[in-house]
Design a protein around this ligand. Sequence first.
Ligand code: CP
Length: 305
Amino acid sequence: MRHLISPLDFSVEELADLLSLAQDIEVNPEKYAHSCVGKKLATLFYESSTRTRLSHEAAMLNLGGSIMGFSSADASSAVKGESVSDTIQTVSCYADICAMRHPKEGAATVACQKSTIPVINAGDGGHQHPTQTLTDLLTIQNLKGRLTSLTIGLCGDLKFGRTVHSLIAALVRYTGIRFVFISPDELKVPEYVRHEYIEKYNIPYEEVIRLEEAMPKLDILYMTRVQKERFFNEEDYVRMKDFYILNKEKMKLAKEDMFVLHPLPRVNEIAIEVDSDPRAAYFKQVQYGVYVRMALILTLLEISV
Ligand code: CP
């Protein structure tokens, strides 16, 4: 039985198969419409979500399966003190596969040790968000036609943004990747990410504070919001929250074929006026998230169509 806890749980070859399955699902949705009849997905969300929970649910429903779950810790027996281990052993009796989001780093790893069904990590604290990474990879593959030879700018909260950590971990395995990290000093990429991924794979990178300086070099700009929920005090968050605002003026500095991605939710970091730019790809990215999660469910349940 397989789980998805980190993007590195799939080899580059397995990722290529998964993305190719997602592309086929996009083109031939009817072919997959009954492939999970009789199967149940449980969504165990101890932390709030719009996209990740609903896209997993949409994915299972599109495959003909059923869904169950809770959308906050308050709506589960976690409020009575139940552990993640006991909850997953219980849910294993009800469902065939589950997606779990938890505010604590490592929670999904704890769950998969006791689970008898595949566990999908739908975000664990500031650590990893592997299904967002699958979404990001499919988006880049579809828009640029490749996952190699790209200069990728990551902008905003690179310290607490788990989508950034997972995307870096996945991309270092492709050739010709360069990173431009765009953040204030307080929100730089954590040391463990630098050490385990960037330095280990000898990935060229630069760090800049000004977004304007990076814009002309980029093939992809990955914007992120400042992660309010991970700050220890309100004052630091308020100081950082509007540090970057991508607007039409800044978009003029970018290449014609550069695309803007964002895992969403957006707060202020991308002005609404950018949405009409053909290079704004963040809502396409949301749609790709459904196809890739359909592919993931089929893969983890070992269902071939
Ligand atoms: N991208 C993402 O994880 O969004 P949600 O928090 O809405 O799930």
